[in-house]
Design a protein around this ligand. Structure first.
Ligand SMILES: Nc1nc2c(c(=O)[nH]1)N[C@H]1C(S)=C(S)[C@@H](COP(=O)(O)OP(=O)(O)OC[C@H]3O[C@@H](n4cnc5c(=O)[nH]c(N)nc54)[C@H](O)[C@@H]3O)O[C@H]1N2
Ligand SMILES: Nc1nc2c(c(=O)[nH]1)N[C@H]1C(S)=C(S)[C@@H](COP(=O)(O)OP(=O)(O)OC[C@H]3O[C@@H](n4cnc5c(=O)[nH]c(N)nc54)[C@H](O)[C@@H]3O)O[C@H]1N2
Ligand code: SF4
Ligand SMILES: [Mo]
Length: 911
């Protein structure tokens, strides 16, 4: 057994992970106490990493047109077909779509191959859906895509503003750091600005539940308000910025009275004034923003509206101050560094950067190629798929992302891919919604196998280390790309034997012709020349890393000198715009989309950990109780959303944290887990005119109940080979993988369950084990049945009226026992049909994923007198490990309290 240090592959916090390895397996993970991102903390996803590994479900062999082949054939075929496409349709008919989940080394060689050697500018990335607006805004304001702040700033700030960020769920370790800092410094204030009351409100001193899309109006209003009260830092503005007057003039085009701003943003005037006052009267303010700002058809402007306010008071380049775009993916930043966006060339150089094309061409020695580098930017993600649709792009290589789920207008993306003559997909997992559209499938190594570097949200480069061999014939992405390059005749330029050599070249390019006075802030030339051992031992370090700053750079713009030609930061004149997806009588509800605490994106990894599936097992639609009432809907009922390009079916969750007239759906569900829950199909593909980032947060949808006569829960032991086609004739299905069983939620029927179909016959068709227990009540339409063989539970079925869902943790345990070969005793056997365990102790939906503590247990404990998070932790252990569930525990305590005193729950969290 030994330990090794690496980096978490999920969010942009970039936590250091200490992995415990035994016998070629990672048997446990812990936070790396030395890593400056997390100092030993991990969130629930990070802490469950080892549970998501293992060879099952992995892609292990290359595949061409559905037939497994060896690597030689695969590489030759990729090279040949790419070559043929270029020959017949030109270089620009070839494209790549990459991902912020690739390592910097993978990204670098892909960018070099496509832009440098295949001569196509069409290489974009899923970071387009994520960071593109933040990037564009930083460049407009600072002249470079550079995050000024670091994580310590979040702790040193007097005021942290979370806008369009649900930090508690999506960057939990940073959230914990702020929470801890707040305990040390009771004067610290936190403001949450989000149309939804999220778990991040737990630490909020002030919450602004603004109207979706109104952020630019809010920050423009703040700018004018500060000017009206003479709060601007005129000295800083004069010395270090330009554009203030234009920005102010634009802000004043709207009515700048507090009342008018409050009305436009639909927030309370007093709260708005409090926020303005807090912001203006403190110097050490960090505004941390994420997808609620970026994923907008005017996202770049919104980011700049925020940056304007920071520049206007000189709140930047100081400890605890700055506009902080928090990155989502583990290596969104690394992708930006190598130039992995279609409008970038390489190493923070754009096509229009003076001398850049010539410089990169010289560095890559592509001058002799015909043609040389492309001379202008390529298609951004959404446009790329439109170009495929038009037949202009004929070959696409997709790596580490799933556009048929995550792009807007996702059904159209599917059609475009179906029409594309050559689709190559590099992927780790055997089953995804994308793979059916691939002509060539290349099995990639995944986390714990991959070896390279990633850069987190605070510009910190860390090593993700290769700890285990990849399964079967899976290979590293950098290796696959360089082998294809070699096959295509570019061997000399892709002769790397190890990722350290790629990193070295990347570091050298960043410093190439980058003398002082030039405007490329991204410079890691101080890390060039590392040999393998030094690369392997590389400690986390923040760029720039240069001869002048060999130990990295914690904070940027401390001297007020920016990366623009005259060194001054640019304020931008912002004119707020409404979302492009307009509400109408046909689609009257505003659609918000986003993340849940325990899942990562399309769930290819997190759904492999049963305890992560327990928090939210089914696709859902969050809805205000008043809206539910007017639609005649109740909690847990199934409903259908219809949007611009498709439908989504999910289970209604009532939430007072939701604004009226708005619904929230999770972005995670795919065709692997549910019949109609790819939320990307609901959205129209409007995007920001500057950044090209789609408007993924502001859809327009209609809502209808799913007319179904029954709801069913079927749980099947993993080793029982049933025919999962049972979901084909259900109106709704969702699959929930558990440790030793799969749970299926099914719904359908025009009549009650027992009248709708002959369940016995149905079971016979699909399951090889006949029912041994059966209980039917035609009067109420309820049915329960189970198949037990030799005392081992094989399957369990419950059908009943819509919305009637049992808590099932106790049943999972029975399947676990069966998997261990244990037999049911007589009493338990009988209780299977009662639908509950001894004493009826079903603990309800899981709240604390770390310790698997259910809602019902928690409620009972609260009613029994454990009225605080600490008391609950002492009794049930919930909330005592990663702490992610503490906000939920608090709201349960509040709910129970409100219930006890028969008072309605307060609508928002405000201290
Ligand atoms: N658990 C988990 N964590 C993750 C991920 C994951 O999949 N799961 N993914 C990672 C990635 S790639 C990313 S990009 C980050 C994203 O991290 P976040 O940006 O925090 O995530 P989201 O849930 O997409 O959206 C954030 C919030 O924006 C709000 N919002 C919607 N519209 C508006 C608006 O008009 N104005 C304002 N102010 N707010 C609005 C939503 O209600 C939501 O609460 O998370 C990262 N971390
Ligand atoms: N409506 C709406 N849409 C959104 C968002 C939203 O909030 N709302 N969020 C957007 C954002 S911010 C993001 S980042 C995207 C994310 O969306 P996607 O990028 O589409 O989602 P992932 O599930 O992360 O896809 C990664 C794929 O790569 C595979 N993979 C993992 N590691 C590797 C590897 O090392 N190599 C290879 N070759 N494959 C690998 C995984 O199994 C998975 O299939 O979604 C965007 N779409
Ligand atoms: S906060 Fe992000 S990087 Fe840290 S453990 Fe959680 S998912 Fe991983
Ligand atoms: Mo993202």
């Amino acid at each position: 057994m030994h330990q090794a240090r690496t980096t978490c592959p999920y969010c942009g916090v970039g936590c250091g992970v200490q992995a415990e390895i035994d016998d070629d397996r990672i048997i446990g993970v812990a936070g790396d106490t030395e890593h400056p991102a997390n100092f030993g903390r991990l969130c629930v996803k990070g802490a469950a990493l080892h549970e998501t590994l293992g060879d099952h479900g992995r892609l292990t062999r290359p595949r061409i047109d559905g037939v497994e082949v060896g690597w030689d054939t695969a590489l030759e075929t990729v090279a040949e077909r790419l070559h043929a496409t270029r020959r017949d349709h030109g270089n620009h008919a070839v494209a790549a779509y990459l991902s912020g989940q690739l390592l910097t080394e993978d990204y670098y060689v892909a960018n070099k191959l496509f832009k440098g050697f295949l001569g196509t500018p069409h290489l974009d990335t899923n970071s387009r859906l994520c960071m593109a607006s933040a990037v564009a805004a930083y460049k407009r304001a600072f002249g470079a895509d550079a995050v000024p702040c670091n994580y310590e700033d979040l702790e040193e700030a007097e005021l942290v503003v979370l806008v369009g960020s649900n930090l508690a769920w999506n960057h939990p370790v940073l959230y914990q750091r702020i929470k801890a800092a707040k305990q040390v410094n009771p004067l610290m204030r936190v403001v949450v600005i989000d149309p939804r009351v999220t778990d991040s409100c737990e630490i909020a001193d002030l919450y602004l539940g603004l109207a979706p899309g109104s952020d630019a109006r809010l920050f423009n209003g703040l700018l004018a308000w500060m000017d009206d009260r003479d709060k601007l830092d005129r000295v800083y503005l004069d010395r270090h910025t330009q554009g203030m007057e234009e920005a102010l003039a634009a802000a004043r085009e709207d009515d700048t009275s507090l009342e008018a701003i409050a009305a436009d943003c639909d927030v309370d005037v007093e709260r708005l004034e409090t926020f303005f006052h807090w912001f203006a009267s403190r110097l050490h303010v960090v505004t941390l923003y994420s997808q609620g700002i970026n994923q907008s058809s005017s996202g770049t402007d919104k980011c700049n509206a925020i940056i304007n306010c920071h520049l206007a008071e000189g709140k930047i380049g100081l400890p605890g101050a700055g506009p902080f775009s928090i990155t989502g993916q583990p290596n969104a930043m690394g992708g930006r560094e190598v130039g992995g966006l279609a409008n970038q060339l390489a190493a923070h150089m754009d096509y229009h950067t003076p001398g850049a094309i010539e410089r990169v061409s010289r560095f890559w020695a592509t001058e002799t190629l015909e043609p040389d580098l492309p001379d202008g930017p390529g298609h951004k993600a959404v446009e790329l798929f439109e170009a495929i649709e038009r037949g202009e792009v004929q070959a696409l290589w997709i790596m580490a992302t799933n556009p048929v789920v995550s792009l807007p207008d996702a059904n159209r993306v599917r059609e475009a891919l179906a029409r594309c003559p050559l689709v190559i997909v590099s992927e780790c997992m055997a089953d995804t919604d994308l793979l059916p559209y691939a002509d060539i499938v290349l099995p990639a190594s995944g986390w714990s196998e991959k070896d390279g570097t990633v850069t987190n949200s605070e510009r910190r480069i860390s090593r993700q280390r290769g700890l285990l061999p990849p399964p079967g014939e899976a290979r590293h992405d950098w290796w696959i790309i360089t082998q294809v390059a070699r096959e295509m005749g570019f061997g000399e330029a892709f002769a790397y034997e190890h990722p350290s050599e790629i990193f070295d070249e990347h570091a050298r390019l960043s410093g190439f012709d980058n003398q002082s006075g030039s405007f490329r802030l991204f410079d890691v030339s101080g890390l060039a020349g590392l040999d393998r051992a030094a690369y392997d031992a590389l400690e986390p370090i923040q760029w720039p890393v240069t001869a002048a700053a060999p130990r990295g750079t914690a904070r940027l713009f401390v001297d007020g000198c920016f990366a623009t030609p005259n060194g001054k930061a640019q304020l931008i004149a912002i004119r707020p715009r409404q979302p492009r997806q307009a509400l109408s009588d046909v689609r009257p509800l505003r659609l918000n989309t986003g993340r849940v605490r325990d899942q990562w994106h399309t769930m290819t990894r997190t759904a492999r950990s049963p305890r992560l599936m327990n928090h939210r097992g089914e696709p859902f639609i969050e809805l205000h109780p008043d809206d539910a009432r007017s639609y005649g809907m109740s909690d847990r009922q199934l409903a259908r959303l219809s949007g611009a390009g498709g439908d989504y079916i999910g289970r209604v969750r009532l939430s007072k944290g939701q604004r009226r007239g708005e619904v929230f759906v999770p972005m995670h569900w795919t065709g692997q887990f549910s019949g109609a829950a790819r939320m990307g199909s609901l959205l129209a593909a409007y995007r920001d005119p500057i950044s090209g980032q789609p408007e993924s947060k502001h859809g327009a949808v209609s809502l209808k109940p799913l007319e179904n006569g029954w709801d069913a829960t079927l749980i099947v032991a993993n080793d029982l080979k049933g025919d999962a086609k049972w979901c084909d004739n259900a109106r709704y299905w969702a699959r929930i993988p558990l440790a030793d069983s799969q749970r299926w939620q099914l719904a359908g029927g025009d009549a009650t369950a027992t009248n709708d179909r002959d369940w016995l016959a149905w079971l016979e068709v699909y399951l090889p084990v006949a029912p041994s227990l059966w209980c039917e009540d035609p009067a109420s339409g309820r049915l329960r049945a189970a198949g037990v063989v030799d005392g081992r539970l094989r399957w369990w079925l419950m059908v009943g009226p819509p919305g009637e869902l049992p808590g099932l943790a106790w049943l999972d345990e029975r399947f676990r026992e069966a998997a261990r070969g244990e037999r049911l005793d007589e009493a338990r056997h009988r209780r299977l049909l009662a639908g509950c365990d001894d004493g009826g102790a079903d603990s309800g939906p899981v709240v604390c994923s770390c310790h698997q503590v259910g809602q019902r247990c928690i409620r009972e404990a609260i009613r029994g007198g454990d009225g605080s998070v600490e008391a609950l932790g002492a009794r049930l252990a919930c909330g005592t490990r990663c702490g992610s569930c503490i906000p939920e525990l608090k709201s349960l305590i509040e709910e129970e309290r409100a219930h006890a005193s028969a008072e309605p729950k307060p609508e928002v969290t405000v201290a």
